[in-house]
Each structure stands twice: as C-alpha cells, then as structure tokens.
Design a protein around this ligand. Sequence first.
Ligand SMILES: *Cc1c(COP(=O)(O)O)cnc(C)c1O
Ligand code: SF4
Length: 342
Amino acid sequence: MDEILTSDRRSVRAHSDPSIFVSWQQAMKQAIRDGRELCNRLDLPPELASDAAGNAFPVFVPLEFLARMKKGDPDDPLLRQVLGLSAETESAAGFQTDPLAEKDSEPLPGLLHKYHGRALLVTTGACAIHCRYCFRRHFPYAQVPKGKEAWQGAIDYLAQDPSISEVLLSGGDPLTLADSMLGSLVDSLTAIPHIRRLRFHTRLPIAIPQRITSDLITRLRSTSATIWFVVHCNHAAELDEPTLAALERLIDAGIPVLNQAVLLKGVNDSVAALAELSMRLVDHRIQPYYLHQLDRVSGAAHFEVPAETGMDLVEQLRKQLPGYAVPQYVQEIAGDTSKRPF
Ligand SMILES: *Cc1c(COP(=O)(O)O)cnc(C)c1O
Ligand code: SF4
C-alpha cells in the first residue's frame, strides 16, 4: 500500500519511442496486424498467438502501444488486452455475440437510445486498437452508416427529440475519423439547439496519443456545445509520458476527461493494479468514472472476474483512495435504463 501511495507521478515505464514524430494517420498504417508479429517484436514464441482468434477478430496494435509492453513477458497486462489467444475460440456458457441486445434499442442503424437524455451514435466501426474483450467485437460494423449523408437519419432523429441533451460519439472510435468529417458531424449536432453536450468515447488518446493535435483541440473548443471526453485505459502502464501529455492538452483546453476501465482477469484484477491506475489518473487530473464488469461477449470468457471479487476489490480501493479516485463499479444489463452499480 505504501508503495502505491508514494509512487512517483512521473515514473512511467521507460520506453524508446521514435514513432512519436509520426502522424496519427501514419501510426494507424504502421500498426501491427498479426499476432505472430506481435510476439516476435516482444521476443515471445509466435505460437502464443492464435491464428483462429486473429481470423475471428483481427489483431491491431499501434507501435505506440507496443512500446509500453515489457519484452519477454507473456503475461504483460497490455499484451493480454490485445493478443488473440486460443482461449478465445473456446465457447463458454452464457457468452453471446450481442450480450447487450443492442439491436433492440437501435431506432436507426448506428444510433442507440437506451437512456434518458442521452443517445449514442456509432460513428464508425474503426478503432485504433483492437481489445480482445470488446463487447462490440461482433458488432455488424459493415452495416453502420458512415459519412455526412449516412448520418442524416440519426441527426434528424436527434433533432426531433428535445429530451436528448447529450450525444455520445462512440464506435468503434470516433477519433479515427478525419478532422474534416468529425468537424462536419460536430457542426450538424451542435446546430440542434437542445444538444448541449457532446461526449467523445475514445481510446485514441491512449492508443495513439499524437491524435490529440492542436488542430483537433481548436476545432473542439470552437463548438457551442460542452465537450466531455471519456477515455478507456485499464492499467497504469498504458499511461506513459506521450499519453499523459495528450490528456493534459485536452484538460488544459478546458475539456474534462474521465476514464473508464473494464475489470479484466490478468490485467487489473488486483487492488494494487486498480489503485495504481486510479492514482496515476487523478495525479494527472483525470477522474476514474466507471469500472465495468465484463460484458459476456463470446470469446472473452477468460477475462471474466467474478462480481464478488470485483466488489471486494472496490471495497478495498475505497479504504485506500480519496473518494473521487474510486470508480463506480457497474454492470450493463440489457433493457435497463442506466448502468447498474453493484
Ligand atoms: C453507457 C451508455 C450511455 C452513457 O451512460 P452514462 O451512465 O451516462 O455514462 C449512453 N447510451 C448508451 C447506449 C450506453 O451504452
Ligand atoms: S477501442 Fe473500444 S470499441 Fe475499439 S476494440 Fe477497444 S474497447 Fe472495443
């Protein structure tokens, strides 16, 4: 415990990262798309990677994220999030392709309206990193409309419902869209008078921190709506210096940043790992928001932590951390009108 509480806020895992001078688009192109290649780069046996898992959901890991992993460690918590293992191909009771029954709450393809006052727009199917536990790993992204005209249906729907004051831009990852496309979407949404807040649900600042350019920030600052960011980071080692600098640029521009994490076996299922994550976040003005119980998506059973264990972990966190550093441990239940706290 002492060790956690005294951890140096600047102590980030050492890495040499020449790619930081690469544009984010270039970083997307350079990302590793093969499990064996990922293992090779980390001096691990290539057989660790499962071809079947990679075929079902392709591996996609930016070099910037790779640089934060420890070489020669098959249990590295960052590697575990992105390497397709043969465990994914085993079926498990209760794990399904659409665990949240999202198809039932889609008034239009790509628009989810489940909760009062908020609607979620699936802006794109693309992500800057592929997380093996992702509940949208089987989402029919090919059917998601993309581009100005395709979004018009959703924009009309939002314009006609004055109870909606906030739009969540999600995906996939909305920041994989080019600034021009994102800008025109933001303009269309903020032209609706009752849309007061736009919330970006994005892992890009973590996966490829150079995505947070000054152009993007200028663009976001110039909108009339209030912008919130919810990033997604599961382990303190993801928060290296370039990443913290990117988050700092957002916060310095007056954009609040929250973090959501998923409770994952072998990644962050210990008090020490969760406390260190929270500490590093709040040391850098980022507020831990949600700790999600894993959604039971097929292929992710080996990541599941029992809810009793999760509740115990959060109870212990509460004894160590300031109240604002303890995330809400929640579960998503199909048909519920909010996330359900444990
Ligand atoms: C999680 C989620 C939201 C946002 O919920 P908050 O509790 O406000 O963070 C909104 N819509 C959908 C469909 C969601 O899954
Ligand atoms: S970035 Fe988000 S949406 Fe994309 S694979 Fe990871 S968890 Fe899923």
